[in-house]
Design a protein around this ligand. Sequence first.
Ligand SMILES: Nc1ncnc2c1ncn2[C@@H]1O[C@H](COP(=O)(O)OP(=O)(O)OP(=O)(O)O)[C@@H](O)[C@H]1O
Ligand SMILES: [Mg+2]
Length: 310
Amino acid sequence: MHAQHQDHASTRNTTRPAGRTSGDQRADDIDPFFVFDYVPIDGPDDTPRDGRGTQEAPQDQRFTTYWDVERGCRGPDPLPDWVITDAGAIDSELGVLKTGKEADVFLLERAAPDGTRVVMAAKRYRSTEHRTFHRSADYTQGRRVRRSRDQRALSRGSAYGRAVAAAQWAVAEWDALCRYWSADLPVPYPVQIDGTEILMELIEHDGTPAPRLAQVRPDPDLLEEYFLQLRTAISVMAAEGVTHGDLSAYNILAAGERLVIIDLPQVIDLVANPNGPDFLMRDCRNICSWFRSRGLDVDPRVLFEEVAPA
Ligand SMILES: Nc1ncnc2c1ncn2[C@@H]1O[C@H](COP(=O)(O)OP(=O)(O)OP(=O)(O)O)[C@@H](O)[C@H]1O
Ligand SMILES: [Mg+2]
């Protein structure tokens, strides 16, 4: 098991092409619908902007925002080799991958002037009345909001408060992705965060976005292998002092033989949150009930005992 984990960690930073396409290959089966209302902003002084020349980006495309965000809003080192940092790169919306309860996930292609391209997942948190945030105050216990103005707006539920909440969930997911990527956990590489939008590695299998675990029917060997991968991941997270908080077969992607955990804005602090152990138990229960439904005899209490920090 450990060897598997190492395997993944050692290949992901170097060779895995994660959404990279070549030449003119585009995701033609996805409806392009989004016109980006992009206003260029000045980047920090060290921003390498040479590649942009004096040209405007074509409509419904924009120049890469990679250098427009601050250092802490760009992904951790070492950068996987598929990440395009060229300041002259052009971002194009390819369409919606999935609309969720709290956010929509789009496909975004970044193309460098030298012809290299990569397709990434752009997760955008919604701040309108139409979203249905199901994550309750139970999740955020032990977290603090820095500005009291923001705290008051959040409590009132005003439009500004909703915008603050959306940005906070995005930042929480960003922090979790950066931390777990650096801890070698199987999560998508976080490329950048810009307000309520996180750009991350697109998890693929056979050239298309990977299905959710809930959609696949692995054979018994692979089923067991999947379980071992998850047990390791939950245990590494618990050793880091957190649990996912909404772990289920819907928030795990099956990329062939490898599972990747997504949707992490609500990670629960096992120490600061008084409900921490309950959330860890619930994650164990959700996972075990899916594996049991597929025929693997696993027990949530045993899993909890195995992964809970001493
Ligand atoms: N990095 C990624 N690579 C591939 N697919 C992704 C990625 N991130 C998200 N998706 C797809 O988008 C869906 C929604 O993403 P996510 O679960 O993070 O958002 P959500 O708003 O919580 O959605 P839901 O309410 O469906 O759980 C995922 O189930 C998955 O199919
Ligand atoms: Mg989800």
